[in-house]
Design a protein. Structure first.
Length: 240
């Protein structure tokens, strides 16, 4: 009645109480043991985190050099790129905070890529990054969704040329509204939406050479396709 158990459970209860008493009497020894284990674990973590930081610095240097080599062809001759590592709260991924930083004008300080670069510059920096990573052994298929956003003219042409060279080693799927980029593709698909009683349907259709020229002409001129646009589309396709 005192311990609120059945008579047959008294033996088990006695064993539990003896175990608890032993833990209390040896509590200081157990605490010291746990502290030693914690210290050893922290030492192993610090060693592994330091090794990871060292490897990251080596990889960052190689990535920075690879990206730097891609900037001039993308009309970013004056821009600079770097991978910044800073100490961070230790965690499962190490003790580093990693951020891509850029300087887009001569003499300008570095700042976070997402805040410093304009829309068109950001697209090109991302392309340079993907190209550098692909050459280091990335995926065999890459998808670019409007990587030419915010650019046109010679810059769009430079992006199309770089994508074409990259496609010699990897399969590329590019969603684009730029005629300079579309003209560089080996195959041209048009994505169309239709609305009916069953809702909205999206279809993808491969274009014939004649349809491709007409589509690029439409990109150049808008809704009303002119003969001048068709001639310009033909020149873009011949130059690709």
């Amino acid at each position: 009645r005192k311990h609120r158990v059945e008579p047959d459970a008294l033996a088990d209860l006695g064993e539990q109480l003896r175990s608890k008493l032993a833990l209390i009497e040896a509590g200081s020894e157990r605490i010291a043991e746990l502290q030693r284990a914690l210290s050893e674990a922290r030492s192993r973590y610090d060693e592994a985190a330091a090794a990871l930081t060292s490897q990251r610095r080596l990889a960052a240097g190689k990535l920075d050099a690879a990206v730097a080599g891609e900037l001039a062809p993308l009309k970013l001759e004056a821009a600079r790129f770097r991978t910044a590592l800073a100490p961070a709260e230790p965690g499962p991924a190490g003790a580093d905070r990693i951020e891509f930083e850029v300087s887009t004008n001569p003499g300008a300080p570095f700042g976070p890529l997402t805040r410093i670069a304009s829309g068109g510059e950001l697209s090109r920096f991302i392309l340079a990054l993907k190209v550098a990573l692909a050459e280091a052994g990335g995926a065999s298929t890459m998808i670019f969704d409007e990587i030419d956003r915010g650019v046109g003219g010679a810059v769009a042409s430079a992006i199309g040329e770089r994508l074409a060279r990259l496609s010699q080693r990897s399969q590329l799927l590019v969603v684009t509204h730029s005629p300079q980029v579309a003209a560089r593709a080996r195959h041209h698909y048009r994505i169309e939406k239709s609305h009916g009683p069953d809702g909205t349907r999206t279809t993808v259709r491969k274009l014939t050479p004649a349809e491709r020229r007409e589509e690029i002409a439409r990109m150049l001129s808008g809704a009303a396709v002119t003969d001048e646009a068709r001639a310009q589309a033909a020149r873009l396709l011949e130059a690709a």
